[in-house]
Ligand binder design. Structure first.
Ligand code: MLT
Length: 410
């Protein structure tokens, strides 16, 4: 009989967001009269339509595909030159990144998971707690961990606790870590890292030969001009960091799917024989073997995010969601809750009322207010006692959530 990858059996529960959806479905079936009242502020999924510039570019690309002379089949696996160059010009200008160091894909979730394929076994892997669950679960699947303990922490991972006292930004550990996941602006806490904090990480990685996997999927939401948008703003980062970016949250591409990864050519890690091997070549090989590129209309749509009209329209979307975040922050504060994030990120991280656990708060919000939030403990044991409210919603829904939250806690 064929065998399975038994690492999957170590996974604690269903992936967080499908698990939340399952509970919401169950609630709706039990309370059909209340189902229509449910407002979803759980998963960070955009609600506003695509920017018009993107829509037009995608329409035009489809029209090109409808005509023999402009038809295109397989595109370059690493992405079309026009998009790779636009990313460099608009997101990495002056940071020493070249277009052939940018790889286009169909999403950061896949990229942050798939990247493990080019790393060996036995690396010490550092992740923050709380954390975007994909980083943990993909390491479990890859066999990089032991079993989980009662708190859900997996043996073999180096957890870096983030809490109110460190402003939800992990300090560099005393131990050696070979691979370090950092996400700023942070999902789920909404925290951002200052230049000095990122410098400390780059210095640490240089000293230990570590690779930083820097997830910048939410960089477009940064409002504070002092906060770096890219790890490559830090001198030396080219030698130690891979950066992930996404069109999901700025361009509203959660359903369209497009993202990018930067792997600088000089970035190396050790082979079994001790020699140093460039990660760029490995990822390129992996990409060309397992991926045929994001679709042409999607890449044209992503390119349009950087046109003057596209930029202005994306800015309107960001303003909309950050306006939501402000309302949610104010309502949670007025309800007597302690809040974090929501200033440079579309997530508000809220401390549950004294003595209430994350999942109890989830049940209360769903059962009594018909509002779906994300329980903090779903992001790791250090998230216990918190919940996350996503600002991705219509203004009317957010205003209603604010009213219900205040009524619930009055
Ligand atoms: C979230 O809610 O944390 C995000 O939507 C997850 C994702 O981007 O995959």
């Amino acid at each position: 009989m064929a065998t399975i990858n038994s690492n999957f059996l170590k996974l604690k529960a269903g992936y967080l967001f499908p698990e939340i959806a399952r509970r919401v479905r169950e609630y709706s079936e039990k309370h059909p009269d209340l189902a229509a009242r449910i407002i979803r502020c759980g998963i960070g999924d955009v609600t506003e339509p695509l920017p018009q510039a993107v829509v037009q570019a995608m329409h035009q690309a489809v029209d090109e595909l409808a005509v023999r002379d402009s038809f295109r089949g397989y595109g370059p696996e690493q992405g079309y030159e026009f998009l790779r160059q636009a990313i460099v010009d608009h997101q990495y200008a002056g940071l020493g990144i070249s277009a052939d160091e940018v790889f286009i894909s169909d999403g950061s979730k896949c990229d942050t998971g798939n990247i493990l394929e080019i790393f060996g076994k036995g690396n010490v892997i550092a992740i923050t707690d709380p954390v975007y669950p994909v980083y943990v679960d993909t390491n479990v699947m890859a066999g990089n961990t032991g079993e989980a303990d009662a708190s859900g922490a997996y043996a073999g991972l180096l957890y870096m606790e983030c809490n109110a006292s460190n402003g939800f930004v992990a300090a560099v550990p005393e131990e050696r870590a070979d691979i370090i996941y950092l996400c700023f602006p942070n999902n789920p806490t909404g925290a951002v890292a200052s230049r000095e904090q990122l410098e400390a990480w780059v210095n640490y990685a240089q000293a230990h030969g570590s690779i930083i996997l820097f997830d910048a999927a939410y960089e477009a939401f940064i409002q504070d001009p002092e906060i770096p948008h890219s790890i490559y703003e830090i001198p030396g980062a080219r030698e130690v960091a891979i950066e992930f970016r996404s069109f999901s949250k700025n361009g509203g591409f959660t359903g369209v799917r497009c993202a990018s990864v930067v792997i600088p050519k000089g970035l190396v890690a050790k082979a079994d024989d001790g020699s140093e091997v460039a990660l760029h070549g490995l990822w390129s090989r992996r990409h060309s073997t397992k991926f045929n590129g994001a679709s042409y209309p999607v890449q044209r749509g992503a390119e349009a995010v950087f046109s003057p009209e596209g930029k202005a329209q994306v800015q309107q979307l960001i303003n909309h969601y950050m306006g939501n975040a402000r309302l949610l922050r104010e309502a949670a504060l007025a309800a007597g809750l302690k809040i974090f994030g929501g200033i440079n990120a579309p997530y508000v991280w809220v401390a549950c009322p004294e003595g209430v656990s994350s999942w109890s708060m989830f049940d209360r919000m769903l059962g009594e207010a018909q509002v779906v939030i994300t329980p903090g403990s779903g992001f790791g044991s250090a998230g216990e006692g918190y919940f996350r409210i996503s600002a991705f919603n219509s203004r009317a829904n957010v205003e209603e959530v604010c009213r219900r939250l205040q009524a619930l806690l009055a």
